[in-house]
Design a protein around this ligand. Sequence first.
Ligand SMILES: Cc1ncc(COP(=O)(O)O)c(C=O)c1O
Length: 377
Amino acid sequence: MRVPFVDLSLRFATYRQAFHAALDSILDHGQCILGPEVEQFETAIANFCSSRHAIAVANGTDALVLSLKASGIEAGDEVITTPMSYLASTSSIVLAGATPVFADVGGDLNLDPDAVEAAITPRTKAILLVHLAGNPAQVDRLADLARRYRLSLLEDCAQAVGATYEGQTVGTFGDFGAVSLHPLKNLGTLGDAGVILTNHDGMAGWLRVARNHGHSSRDQCEFWSINSRLDSLHAAFLIEMLSDLPNFLVERRKQAARYQEGLAGWVGFPSVAATAKPTFNMFMILVERREDLQRHLYHHGIETRIHYPLLIPNMKAAAGIRRPNSLKKAESYSSSILSLPMGIHLSNEQIDFTIEQIVEYCNKANPKAESFRMAHS
Ligand SMILES: Cc1ncc(COP(=O)(O)O)c(C=O)c1O
């Protein structure tokens, strides 16, 4: 049996007709960029996330950079963030001209609010949290810290669109929620796209100007800015996919529950807050000697991935970033994470086969799995 990690062609096949119709419609009206579909998508996703505004941009990284700039972040300002993420949550801080300060993570693999508080200095201007793999960070505690210390709070929801915490959609707890709509995300188009969620009326207006070269009208420029406009075609595709997102998330949560039940006691899982509903953009387990398990699964036709082999502070690009805080937990977890295949391309039989192979491996080759689980989860 083969168990592919991902197969987007199967996912997109569901939308083939609708996507062709969307293309026809854009060929008819000819507004390729920031056309009517973009506004329709912005309204739809703002409603879906219960956000006052949604501003579509070219990708998730721009969503972060523009959100940081909208927060008034300037050179010399510090932004506290997680070392355990895709690199764009840190690169965006540098690209916005500020200094990233890494704080350690907790058992949910997200920023630990105590570590964040200990990392605050007079130069701290913002907290940029990530809901890793779609598992909501402790947004209530982090929002409370931001309020108490008068910091901006930015949520990187690249992997978490549709996740909720205490019934509220992530991306609406802080000042800005930045969403990536890259093909591998749960809401992903056929190319690059992103969106910014915000409840600030003024900032929403500023972001609309900022995503379009700073144009306030065809001939006037208010300030120098980037081109981060969304194509109408992507917006049209995203409208289709968004209407189906709740079902899509239900399926992912069912697959996650199947893994969790089958693997309980054999491997560890990132902790999930009692009031959180993750989206499982990746399904992560924590296991000792994960490269050995990965090899075992590969020999049985099961593809896995490591998110992420390197902590961001250990990347070459981060050589100049100071590391004043202990990142002990992040270092420890990052050598244990393995992401398992998940998605509508998989049958229950393929999930069960993957579970069987992991249990067989842990049983024979990794008798410490149980003690690892106890120590970390
Ligand atoms: C956590 C996180 N932040 C930011 C990004 C950047 O998004 P994009 O690739 O759309 O620029 C990604 C995308 O992989 C991500 O996973």
